[in-house]
Design a binder for this molecule. Structure first.
Ligand code: PXL
Length: 274
């Protein structure tokens, strides 16, 4: 039986991070263990939030896991702090089963801007976590920050994207799934590069920006890889799941802080049966 460990924050309210990863990966049929990196009252796109860092308890948890031979077939990391990165690397090194999959979503920015609370020196630390990953899942903003490049907004072309993917692999990851890629106003998707070939998957582009869609995509992608899908299949199922989640949210203007992915879960489970 596969067991995935996901390491990211609990935003108690807001449909992101662990409150997305746990239900989505479980719906994929994969046992999901969690290591909360911090507890926030709500995510940082709200006006204010409380924040409790949980780095202090991580070593103790690791000691318990080691003492009881608790190990994992996959790791999926999201919103974490700079101080946690060496600890996370230690957990992966000491609790990985043979051939365990390491998926790093370098959560730190979107739309050209770092999320509140991350300093300018954070991307370099996140680059260290990307080193050694099997797959990294940056959006274009995060990719620019990881590479120290200027954010291009929406003015880029295919050679730019493919060059960016090649440079991202130089950070030491085996593959990249670059998200938020769009070459026209109808489609939005991702570019996958494994060092050999480029693959794309595009879904319908819906003209709204909704919080937490990156976490919905990454959680679903991680669950699908654990289910034995290849990266192109995982990207397709995850992108379609995000679109379905957005479509199930757009009619509710009061729901600005996340997407109603819960309503899209039955469709995801059906897609995985195919
Ligand atoms: O969805 C990414 C994310 C995760 N966790 C927290 C966040 C954000 C984005 O703003 O604030 C706490």
């Amino acid at each position: 039986m596969q067991r995935l460990l996901t390491i990211q924050d609990i935003s108690c309210v807001g449909q992101c991070s662990l409150t997305v990863a746990l239900p989505v990966i479980s719906a994929c049929g994969i046992e999901t263990a969690v290591l909360p990196s911090s507890v926030l009252s709500n995510h940082t796109a709200f006006k204010s939030w409380s924040f409790n860092d949980l780095t202090g308890g991580m070593d103790e948890i690791l000691e318990q896991w080691k003492a009881q031979n608790i190990d994992f077939s996959a790791f999926y990391t999201g919103y974490v702090s700079a101080e946690q990165i060496p600890v996370i690397k230690k957990i992966i090194a000491q609790c990985a089963r043979k051939d365990a999959l390491v998926i790093v979503d370098p959560v730190m920015a979107d739309n050209g801007k770092l999320y509140a609370g991350f300093g300018e020196d954070f991307p370099a630390k996140m680059a260290e976590l990307c080193n050694g990953a099997d797959v990294i899942l940056p959006n274009i903003t995060e990719a620019c920050l990881l590479l120290g490049e200027k954010y291009p907004g929406s003015s880029y072309d295919k050679p730019f994207i493919e060059n960016m993917c090649k440079n991202l692999l130089k950070l030491g990851a085996k593959a990249v799934c670059l998200t938020g890629v769009s070459f026209n106003d109808k489609e939005l998707g991702c570019c996958i590069y494994d060092g050999e070939k480029f693959e794309y998957y595009f879904a319908q582009k819906i003209d709204v920006s909704m919080h937490g869609t990156g976490d919905v995509f990454a959680s679903c992608f991680a669950g699908c890889l654990c289910r034995g899908k290849n990266m192109r299949q995982a990207a397709q199922i995850a992108a379609d799941f995000v679109v379905d989640s957005i479509l199930k949210t757009v009619d509710d203007p009061s729901h600005w802080y996340g997407v109603n992915f819960e309503k899209a879960l039955p469709g995801l489970i059906k897609a995985l049966e195919k």
